[in-house]
Design a protein around this ligand. Structure first.
Ligand SMILES: Nc1ncnc2c1ncn2[C@@H]1O[C@H](COP(=O)(O)OP(=O)(O)O)[C@@H](O)[C@H]1O
Ligand SMILES: CC(=O)N[C@@H](CCC(=O)OP(=O)(O)O)C(=O)O
Length: 253
């Protein structure tokens, strides 16, 4: 049995091909243990603009003051998470929505105060996650809590997925709105650490792709078995990429 951590980016949530949901359930039947992590950046941006708050990012992370935290937390836990759970449960009622607060699922480490209430996952409560996975599919929202102060924190969903995949020694699938990492309009089937550093320097990898590829490097160093970046709009991209390197981009050491 092997864990498959599947991160669904906010960029693709509204256009997610239904076959990806079927793939999650097929993987579960094929000896994979799926763990879903979702993002929701565009949903949070929309909610903030509705109340007249500008979205600010530093190093790809949302600057999160008290008001932004409240909106982020309620959008991710109250709106996006049930939407993902619902989509899976329409096929088979196995999905359960959770976040870092549930069963103390993961610990956090706050980042620099310049980001506000933004943290990284510092460790995963493996026993709790294994228990949930034994009879359901966890759908994890990227909100954590400081177990001593009770303060909530906003976490980048890619970084949370990396940490969970590393600690569970699983395969990581990042589902986004692009067919893979594109260089001069061509999907790169394989990328090494050296390639990544080179393409970031030449700015052929930029913006939201930077934390994905740099996170992949640390995840592989920390125990994650493989990282694949695939499209959420292609038919059965998840299942296909689990058996072949011909779909999307595979990041290797
Ligand atoms: N070389 C690249 N190949 C593909 N996408 C890239 C590349 N460099 C930057 N990007 C950007 O990264 C985006 C995906 O990151 P992001 O918007 O954070 O997605 P998600 O919400 O799925 O996590 C793409 O839509 C694209 O604009
Ligand atoms: C700290 C931080 O930036 N948190 C992210 C959490 C959601 C996320 O990561 O969503 P995507 O995967 O769709 O980008 C945010 O507030 O947008």
């Amino acid at each position: 049995m092997k864990y498959a951590v599947i991160k669904i980016g906010g960029s693709i949530l509204n256009n997610l091909n239904k076959s990806i949901i079927e793939d999650i359930l097929t993987l579960k039947k094929q000896n994979y243990v799926p763990i879903i992590v979702h993002g929701g950046g565009p949903f949070i941006n929309k909610q903030l603009s509705k109340i007249g708050v500008e979205s600010k990012f530093v190093d790809g992370l949302r600057v999160t003051d008290e008001e932004v935290l409240l909106q982020t937390s309620s959008t991710l836990i109250g709106e996006v998470n049930p939407q993902v759970v619902f989509q899976i449960n329409q096929y088979e009622p196995l999905a359960i929505g959770v976040n870092g607060i549930d069963m103390n699922l993961f610990d956090i480490e706050p980042l620099h105060p310049k980001y506000g209430f933004v943290a990284e996952c510092s460790s995963v409560n493996k026993a709790a996650l294994e228990l949930i996975c034994s009879n359901s599919i966890p759908v994890v929202a990227p909100i954590g809590i400081d177990s001593i102060s009770g303060q909530r924190y906003n976490i980048n969903a890619d970084s949370l997925a990396y940490k969970i995949a590393s600690e569970m020694e699983g395969d990581l699938f990042l589902i986004s709105d692009i067919p893979g990492v594109l260089i001069k309009d061509e999907v790169q089937a394989n990328l090494s650490i050296r390639d990544i550093n080179n393409y970031i320097e030449t700015t052929e990898i930029y913006g939201g792709m930077i934390p994905k590829v740099t996170g992949a490097i640390s995840a592989i160093k920390d125990g994650c078995k493989s990282v694949k970046i695939i499209s959420g709009s292609s038919e059965h991209a998840l299942l296909k990429s689990s058996i072949s390197n011909e779909i999307g981009t595979t990041i290797t050491s």
